[in-house]
Design a protein. Structure first.
Lengths: 234, 388
């Protein structure tokens, strides 16, 4: 019972940092999506589901690897890098190819648009975005990971993460307010422009992380050659 | 600005005596502001303060005499824009022999606080009571540009003037206004109006990223004016990339595009603080309105001459400017039918617009003299000191 309360309290206490961490992806994307509260809530729920899947996936890997912190520093650079590149790609596509419902109603009425929309790239699902942000570990997640690892069972760790996630999710509810902002006709355009700018930022982060991974791998390789050379010399 | 039609009755110049009379309150009030500087020891400081005071009052007198706002405000604003970096760089060189700030100085809170940071600090300050800027709350000997002073000045000006901050207070805007004034004709005339929304996108992006990373994202990555003020010391690939971005944005948005378009492109299509300031336009009682009864010829002179594209046909039909209007007065000065007018909220549109203009100018020019004037005087002091 104490564990349940602890996980919930940890999640609730660190929720604002989680919201701040996911905000750059979630809020502009919701701003470019359909306007009503119901669909926005559904999308938010799916996004959070994707985020939970990302969390739990990482928790399983961390457990299987038997590490306190998920993966070693080098592998984390690669995972972060790929997750950021994935986010950049999806945000870029979302900016270029808006959801049908976010386009002006008069455009819907035209047959030409319907044909065009059918052949267009489908914007990424909320699930994918949520999953990728889940992989982008934020400090509260690491704190929860350390605590979950101490539960000594995989199911216990997963349950701890799920409850921690529930605690953080409360802080995501204000994101529903984006549907209210959609009353302003400029909001979808601003949201798409923001996504385009953020896509560049995430692409930069992704490239830097992958480059860091490459450099670390190269250095590790050099070290291996150096050590084997020393051994053979001896 | 294109040539104007012959002046209509209200556009006739005021008499010299009446213009002088209207300038006297401003002269006395600004003299009070400049007196402490004039009393400072050293001839350069005295001379600089005196020159600045005369400059500000001469421009105000000309505004009264000619009834034109934009033309004379622009002179002040360009002077502010070009002199601010002179004094700022001078101080940096005197303080540490370089325009770049090393990381250790940033960590010790020596970075001067700039108003651009204000929107980025709000969410982190609300969530964690932390100001995500390496400055100091109160002035220190090594950093007199403190956070408290700048926020207080900004609040005061914003409540009274709203978005007019961007035309009477911003020490960066004068640079792109200056470059936009060089060419006689715009080489790029057609600009997609959708670009007007770009500052909002930049604002949302930097606010969200600053909350996520706890860093002033705009200052670190996107501020074009870092190129002419202060930038992080180039010690790594990242700082080299940042420096490259600052230079590219400065040349593109502040020099080349204003020259080609004759618009304040940085202010209109990029500046996130301008977008943030638009939110507070409602706090100010001063605004620009379009008298629909007088307008109607469809000349679109106001639309074509607005430096920030804050007027379009829809807004003309609605009788008002867009929220991005900086109250620079260009549309009012150029209107041949006196349809574009200064207006005080709560009064009928077109009722004694000159009185509304006077009230706005008294408030705006006091702030301009207090904030911009002190910056001009500071830079002039350095230049006069060099010459003497």
């Amino acid at each position: 019972m104490n564990g349940v309360a602890e996980a919930l309290a940890l999640g609730f206490g660190s929720g604002p940092v989680c919201v701040a961490s996911c905000g750059p992806v979630l809020l502009p994307w919701l701003g470019a999506e359909p306007r009503k509260l119901g669909p926005t809530g559904r999308l938010l729920a799916i996004f959070l589901g994707g985020r939970l899947a990302g969390y739990l996936g990482f928790a399983v890997v961390a457990w299987a690897a038997g590490l306190t912190l998920p993966l070693d520093l080098r592998s984390r650079s690669l995972v972060f890098g790929l997750a950021n590149l994935g986010l950049a790609l999806l945000l870029g596509f979302s900016a270029c190819f808006p959801h049908r419902a976010s386009v002006a109603p008069e455009e819907h009425a035209t047959r030409l648009y319907q044909i065009d929309a059918a052949t267009r790239f489908r914007p990424p699902s909320a699930l994918t975005l949520g999953f990728l942000t889940g992989l982008n570990l934020c400090p509260p997640f690491v704190a929860a990971g350390v605590r979950a690892a101490a539960t000594h069972s995989l199911l216990g760790a997963l349950a701890f993460f799920a409850l921690f996630f529930a605690g953080t999710s409360v802080w995501f509810l204000p994101a529903l307010g984006v549907s209210w902002l959609r009353r302003f006709s400029a909001v979808p355009t601003v949201a798409r422009m923001t996504m385009a700018a953020l896509a560049i930022y995430y692409a930069y982060l992704g490239i830097v992380s992958v480059a860091a991974w490459r450099m670390a791998a190269a250095r590790a390789g050099n070290l291996f050659i150096f050590i084997s050379g020393m051994v053979s010399h001896a | 600005m294109p040539d104007k039609a012959p002046p209509s009755a209200p556009d006739l110049p005021r008499s010299i005596g009446r213009s002088l009379l209207l300038s006297v309150p401003m002269a006395l009030f600004t003299l009070l502001l400049f007196t402490p500087v004039i009393r400072q020891p050293g001839r350069p400081a005295k001379l600089a303060a005196l020159v600045t005071w005369v400059f500000m009052i001469a421009l105000f007198f000309l505004m009264m005499r000619t009834r034109e706002t934009y033309r004379w405000r622009r002179v002040f604003f360009i002077a502010l824009g070009f002199l601010f970096p002179v004094g700022f760089i001078w101080d940096l060189i005197a303080l540490r022999s370089s325009m770049s700030i090393p990381m250790e100085r940033m960590l010790s809170g020596d970075t001067p606080f700039c108003f651009m940071v204000i929107p980025m600090t709000l969410i982190p300050a609300a969530l964690t009571k932390t100001i995500i800027f390496p400055g100091s709350i109160l002035p220190t000997p090594s950093n007199p540009h403190s956070i408290a002073m700048m926020v207080a000045l900004w609040l005061l000006a914003t409540v009274i003037l709203g978005k007019a901050w961007c035309s009477y207070g911003c020490f960066f805007g004068g640079l792109d206004e200056g470059f936009s004034s060089i060419a006689k004709k715009a080489r790029i005339r057609k600009i997609n109006p959708r670009w007007r929304l770009a500052p909002w996108a930049i604002l949302v992006g930097i606010v969200l990223l600053s909350a996520a990373t706890f860093e002033p994202t705009y200052c670190m990555w996107l501020c074009p004016f870092k190129a002419v003020t202060e930038f992080p010391q180039v010690r790594s690939t990242q700082t080299a990339i940042q420096f490259g971005i600052f230079i590219a944005l400065f040349l593109g948005l502040v020099v080349v595009l204003p020259f080609l378009t004759k618009r304040r492109t940085q202010c209109a299509f990029f500046c996130p603080f301008g977008a943030f300031q638009s939110i507070f336009s409602r706090t100010s009682i001063f605004e620009v309105r379009i008298d629909k009864d007088k307008c109607g010829a469809g000349c679109l002179l106001c639309q074509n001459n607005c430096p920030t594209m804050a007027i379009d046909q829809e807004s003309i039909r609605a009788g008002k400017t867009l929220s991005s209007c900086m109250r620079c007065g260009a549309c009012i000065d150029v209107c041949r039918k006196d349809a574009a007018v200064w207006h005080i909220k709560g009064t009928p549109v077109g009722l004694k617009p000159e009185r509304a203009r006077l009230l706005f100018l008294y408030a705006g020019w006091v702030f301009a003299a207090m904030f911009g004037g002190s910056i001009i005087a500071h830079s002039l002091e350095r230049l006069i000191g060099l010459a003497m």
